[in-house]
Design a protein around this ligand. Sequence first.
Ligand code: DGY
Length: 429
Amino acid sequence: MISDDQLIEQATAVLRGNDVEGYTKPSRRLYPHQWNWDSAFIAIGLAHVDWPRAVREIETLLSGRWTNGMIPHIRYNRAVEDYAPGPEWWPDVPVLDRRQVTSGISQPPVLPSAVYDVGMLQPDETRRRRWWAQLFLPLREFLQFFARERTVGASPLVVIVHPWESGADNSPRWDFATGRGFRPSRPYRRVDTTVVDAAARPTARDYDLYMYLVELIAAHRYDLAAYLPKTPFAVYDALFNAAWYRSALDLNRIAAALGQPPAVDAAALGAFRGAYRGMLWDEQAGLFRDFDVKGGTLIPVDTVAGLMAIYGGLADADESEKMIDAYYERSPGCLRLPSVPPDQGGFDPVKYWRGPVWVSINWMAIRGLQRLGLVSKAEDLRVQTLDLIRREGYSEYFHAHSGQGLGGNDFSWSAALTIDLLRRPEVPA
Ligand code: DGY
């Protein structure tokens, strides 16, 4: 059996292999640019083996930030041509540093939490605080951007405007919108299905909606208020909002270490928590769900996103234990955690976010369970996640039943989070 040290060595080699002068590609051919939440997770792994390189990863990501504080989901590498959609689909993006080119949407905001983790992995407190002090304002602006420009009416919950923003592109949660026949006005090309098996990727119908939304959002200069009346897709995503809340808590810990007032005050946190629990909880499902803001209804689809309140600190230990037990019960014969339970319509054990197991999701659940004191549940999941990696390598995702590695190989966040799970088996401070 591969030892832990060998596993860390291999994971480090994956990260080095995907290193492109200052950022880490999520995977060599499938995702050649810099992705937002990928880099946040990658930095956590890098911090164990090369702290300055972790710092660089985050600096590079931040170089793509916008004048309004948003950190986009892709920061493009101009030298790479073999990717679609390229920056030509995102005209006139208001990037602070005009030399940078980016996409026009964001991704689950795990970055402030990652910066907390990376900081804690620096034993020299002065160095840690100096770094946090440099990042505090951009991170606060990132969270405030969502609170200011991505909320609707009085609710503090954050609206996502594209399935790519959820990070879970083809989740059956979004079928309500893909099924409606939206198509972009221009032809587009795909590269992903030439790199990996099309059966494990989103369908043409999914992509028609993705590209339609890209055109709509760009045509309205990335201003939600302008395209809200027209878009079929404006959603309170349970995972995205849990990540926002967790990041607010972690940024407040950074603020406390710097002797600054909290980035998000107690009243705002309380209102957010109340809205999340009041709006997204589905009593019958025993799980949090996502909310279709345009339709004014909860989306009746259960997925692992509904468990992410555990990561966010939005559910207590009792609730979390019940939720995860129920999720396991309805997923017989599945490795943990299937991204969709098999009794949910739309489940597909090989298809990207429609069933396969993801290391990032497991890592979020593990850290959340640990923080709640649900130590043996967390440990079971940690051990099983590492077994999967030992057996299949650093795949992008894993077949929900067999565990077979799927999608891109040598996937950076799978490698980075493996390092973290091995080096910090227990709940970090
Ligand atoms: C994206 O750009 O976020 C998509 O997940 C690529 O497949």
